[in-house]
Structure formats: structure tokens, C-alpha cells
Design a protein around this ligand. Structure first.
Ligand SMILES: O=C(O)CCC(=O)C(=O)O
Ligand SMILES: [Fe+2]
Length: 344
């Protein structure tokens, strides 16, 4: 049976192994677009009121764990050009995808459907995915897909710009927290960039399926590129809210590593992706991540007697292992990092 959902265009109904149980399926997936997730004009940080822009970012990161950035320095043309290369990956025939399919899970470039462990899924996700590390370029670029033949060059140039955008945002965040500029943006802490492409083909009944199940991102920040098709939803105060799809914007969200580093001041929010019946949706998530050997712990400058550390220190590698073991139960993962109450 063919795994990749993007190669099953003639499918008329949702196969049973893609139907989520009542309590986790989206049901009414067409929730109205919520305009409260802040849209922040990044050019203001250079040419306008920098302090106000920083405050907007910190407030959004505390309240939602999510915001969108516009006027970020990347042109709409280069965003479209790169996205069209990403889309091409999923239009390729099965043979191309099978060539990239992980025989062993640690292969650098992973092309997969649903999750990395399709065979172990309780229910499959309605998505195909390509994931690979992207930074430092010289270490990874030669291992990326050879086709489309512009992939390596175009995605390489683009990755450098995304990494630079991520650094700018992290510097604004550290400034907003009263830390020295560059605090999070150094060789160890934000060393890695992972590209994760998602492709959600039209689904005969989106009320039954999910593109990505409810989860927290594990990294420092995620820079997400989507086009004009909605699908991303964020859990806020127990309710799902839909994120507007703005073609020239990037969605930024706080990952668990940054939540731990800021001792819980900035929040990572749970989110998911729903499917739709009319159009395919492709998104590109760029995860800015610490290197595996780096220790993740509450930043000393953010703790004092009134703000004791609420998380323990762990090697990021170990954190990731737990994250992938527990898959979608990040509450459990974070809990295991919480400091125990002092005993008297
Ligand atoms: O495609 C989306 O809208 C969300 C993807 C996502 O949350 C992820 O890749 O971590
Ligand atoms: Fe995510």
C-alpha cells in the first residue's frame, strides 16, 4: 500500500487508519481566523521605534508563544521561488520519494509520510514530509536532494537568510529580556538549523483527520513559511485559534528550549495543522536549534531569589531524545525537567 498521501490523488474517502478518535479529531476545523495573534513590523526595529517593537515581541511571546513578522527583509519573490521548489519535491513520483525514505532512521535527509515511525502510528497524519539539517551549510548541503536540480543552491542561499532573520529575532528577544545582545545567538546555543517541509494534500473529510497532531516545538524558535492557505491552529486558554495565512509574513513561535532558557518567562504554545478539502497546502518550518552537546538550563541572569529556576539543566541531546520518545506529550517532557519543590 502506498504511504505517501501526495501520490494518492484519486482517494474519495478517508481510510480508517487516518481517522482520529472523536476527542482529538478537529471536528469543526473551520474556526474563524483570529486577528489577535500579533503581526509585528520588523523594519520598525531598525528604522522606527525599536523599544516598542521589542515590547511587542516579548508580549506576544509571553501571551501566545506565537507572532507573525512582516517587513523582515526577504522579498516575496524569493519566498515564492523557494516555496515552488519545496512544492516540486512533493509532486515527484513515488520512486523519488522512496529513494529518500529512511531505511535507517538516522539518514540525514528524511522523506516520510505521517511520522518518522509510520508503522508505529496509532493513526496516520494526512501529510508527507521532508526533513534535513541545513546549517552549517558546508556540512549538510551536499547531502540534500539532488532534484529539483535548483534545490541545493536555492535552498542553501535561502537558509542563510532565514538563519540571519532568526538571529535578528533572537537578538530582539534577548534585548527585551534585559540580556546582552547575542545572548541566545551564539555558536553553541543557536548553532543548528533544521528544515522541515510539510505537504498536506486535499483531504476528503478534514473534520476526521490531522496534518500535524497537537504538539510543542522542541527548539529555540521556529520560523514558519506558509502561503495563503490557512491550517495552523494554536491552543490558547484551552481553545483552538486559527492563525491567519499572510503570504509575505513568517510565523514565529517559541520552542521548548527557549522556554527552559528563559525560565518559563516565554511560553511555547501547543499547535496543530488541520487539512482542507479544496487545496493542497505546503509549509516550510525552519527550526533554529541548539547544538546537541549544549546544556539547556534557566539563564543565570533571569533567576534570583524571587525567580528560582523552575527547570533543571540537561544536555540538549538528552532533551531531544525524550522529546521524540514521548512524541506528543511535551507536558510530560517538561515536567521531568521541573525542579523538585525544596523539602523542609
Ligand atoms: O504546517 C503547519 O502549519 C505547522 C507545522 C508545524 O507545526 C511543525 O512543523 O512543527
Ligand atoms: Fe510545530
Amino acid at each position: 500500500m502506498e504511504k505517501f498521501v501526495s501520490n494518492r490523488s484519486s482517494i474519495k474517502s478517508v481510510p480508517e487508519d487516518y481517522v482520529f478518535p472523536q476527542e482529538t479529531r478537529p471536528g469543526n476545523f473551520k474556526i474563524p481566523i483570529n486577528k489577535t495573534i500579533p503581526i509585528i513590523d520588523l523594519s520598525e526595529a531598525q528604522n522606527g521605534d525599536r523599544t516598542k517593537t521589542i515590547q511587542q515581541i516579548i508580549k506576544a511571546a509571553e501571551e501566545f508563544g506565537f507572532f507573525q513578522v512582516i517587513n523582515h527583509g526577504l522579498s516575496l519573490d524569493e519566498m515564492k521561488e523557494t516555496m515552488s521548489i519545496f512544492k516540486e519535491v512533493f509532486e515527484k513520483p513515488n520512486e523519488y520519494k522512496h529513494d529518500l525514505y529512511p531505511e535507517e532512521i538516522l539518514k540525514t535527509c528524511k522523506m516520510f509520510s505521517s511520522t518518522l515511525k509510520y508503522e508505529c502510528d496509532k493513526v496516520h497524519l494526512w501529510r508527507d514530509s521532508l526533513r534535513h539539517p541545513a546549517y552549517p551549510l558546508e556540512e549538510w548541503q551536499h547531502l540534500w536532494p539532488e532534484y529539483p536540480n535548483t534545490y541545493r543552491e536555492c535552498v542553501g542561499n535561502y537558509s542563510v537568510k532565514i538563519k540571519e532573520l532568526g538571529s535578528r529575532i533572537m537578538n530582539l528577544i534577548s534585548e527585551g529580556l534585559g540580556l546582552e545582545c547575542g545572548y541566545f545567538d551564539n555558536d553553541n546555543l543557536s548553532d543548528s538549523l533544521v528544515i522541515s517541509l510539510n505537504h498536506y494534500p486535499p483531504c476528503p473529510d478534514p473534520s476526521l483527520t490531522l496534518g500535524v497532531i497537537k504538539h510543542f516545538d522542541a527548539y529555540l524558535i521556529t520560523v514558519l513559511q506558509q502561503e495563503d492557505i490557512c491550517g495552523l491552529q494554536v491552543l490558547k486558554d484551552g481553545e483552538w485559534i486559527a492563525v491567519d495565512a499572510i503570504p509575505h509574513a513568517f510565523v514565529i513561535n517559541i520552542g521548548c528550549a527557549l522556554q527552559i532558557l528563559t525560565n518559563g518567562k516565554l511560553k511555547s504554545a501547543e499547535h496543530r495543522a488541520v487539512t482542507n478539502s479544496d487545496q493542497a497546502r505546503t509549509t516550510a518550518a525552519f527550526f533554529i536549534a541548539p547544538s546537541g552537546d549544549c546544556f539547556i538550563e534557566p539563564t543565570k541572569d533571569l533567576i534570583d531569589e524571587h525567580n528560582p529556576p523552575i527547570y533543571k539543566s540537561y544536555k540538549y541531546k538528552e532533551f531531544l531524545t525524550r522529546y521524540f520518545q514521548k512524541q506528543y506529550d511535551m507536558d510530560m517532557v517538561l515536567k521531568s525537567y521541573e525542579e523538585e519543590e525544596p523539602k523542609d
